[in-house]
Ligand binder design. Structure first.
Ligand code: NAD
Length: 300
């Protein structure tokens, strides 16, 4: 039985996550409109999606005809007139409360009353955004993991007035795109898994910032102990070091605890424009980071 309840969604913010959420949705038959005001953001998203589809063709998972069909499902409108009304909007814009509130305010004004508005934020609760809209019953956090197709999980969290119907529609949407919905039962900054990940990330950053160990050895320890293909610093590179900083700042603003501020180690990287995979350099160099070499894991 098809779980698809509607056809059209918008993804607002065409960066790392927006490109992935759009591709995952289009792969499962949805028509997706991508929106992003930054110059070249849409071209870059299309390029990332093409690369991923080419990789799938290369692995024999899909044919080039299927890739073309998926690509056609993703639209990159150049003006508002080219947008069809959405049933769901997933906001995946910069991790900043004011930016998100402004987006939700505009979406509330231009979308039909039935449209659900979801935020993919990693650390901002929907209850901090909902008052920018007149539909607090139809907003929620829908927090995907990166990369969506390798970590097919999404966390759902309510605001103060999110309806059961909204949650049920979102839960079904998640399942319809092959992503497991996890319900966060109580408002929580960092939702479920990011609270766990956050504790790990914070400790690893401070460990290296204090000069206790190199980031490479922290990653080696992690990879060997937990039999993982990359360690916390490799993961942060993939997330984007600027995004990591913004998330840490959300925790800091909430706690006021100086130990929650992003350490110098991270800020220095960002200052140099070394943001991780997306800029070709972060803690590691890309596209072939050292940790992919089996000898590196042996300490060579
Ligand atoms: P990103 O920096 O790669 O992309 C953000 C995009 O938002 C940019 O293209 C930017 O131009 C766009 N943007 C900024 N203002 C906008 C506006 N007013 N309207 C539309 N677009 C706008 O960031 P990202 O890593 O894709 O993160 C996006 C969101 O997803 C953040 O809230 C982040 O916390 C969350 N998130 C990120 C990850 C991750 O691993 N990177 C994982 C889960 C959730």
């Amino acid at each position: 039985m098809s779980l698809k309840q509607f056809d059209t969604l918008w993804v607002v913010g065409a960066g790392t996550m927006g490109a992935q959420i759009a591709l995952q949705s289009a792969t499962h038959g949805y028509t997706v409109f991508m929106v992003d005001p930054a110059p070249h953001a849409l071209e870059k998203a299309a390029e990332r999606q093409r690369e991923e589809l080419d990789a799938r063709i290369g692995r024999g998972e899909i044919t080039s005809e299927t890739a073309d069909e998926i690509r056609k499902k993703i639209r990159f409108p150049s003006s508002m007139n080219e947008l069809s009304p959405p049933d769901l909007v997933i906001e995946a814009a910069t991790e900043n409360l004011e930016v998100k509130r402004e987006i939700f305010k505009i979406l509330d004004a231009i979308c039909p009353v039935y449209t659900l508005l979801a935020s993919n934020s990693s650390s901002i609760k929907i209850s901090a955004i909902e008052s920018a809209t007149k539909r607090p019953d139809r907003v929620l956090n829908l927090h995907f993991y990166n990369p969506v197709w390798q970590r097919p999980v999404v966390e759902l969290m309510r605001g103060t007035a999110t309806s059961d119907e909204t949650i049920e529609t979102a839960r079904r949407f998640a399942r319809s795109i092959g992503v497991t919905p996890l319900m966060v039962l109580k408002e929580s900054t960092g939702f479920l898994f990011n609270r766990v990940w956050r504790a790990i990330k914070k400790e690893c950053l401070h460990l290296v910032d204090e000069g206790v160990a190199s980031f490479e050895d922290v990653d080696r320890a992690w990879m060997i102990a937990f039999e993982q293909p990359m360690g916390p610093f490799g993961i942060m590179d993939r997330i984007g070091l600027d995004v990591v900083r913004d998330i840490e700042m959300t925790y800091y603003k909430e706690s006021g605890d100086p130990s929650d501020t992003p350490p110098k180690l991270l800020l220095d990287k960002i200052e140099k424009g070394e943001l991780g995979v997306k800029t070709g350099k972060g803690f590691y160099d890309y596209p072939h980071p050292a940790y992919e070499n089996p000898d590196w894991l042996k300490g060579e």
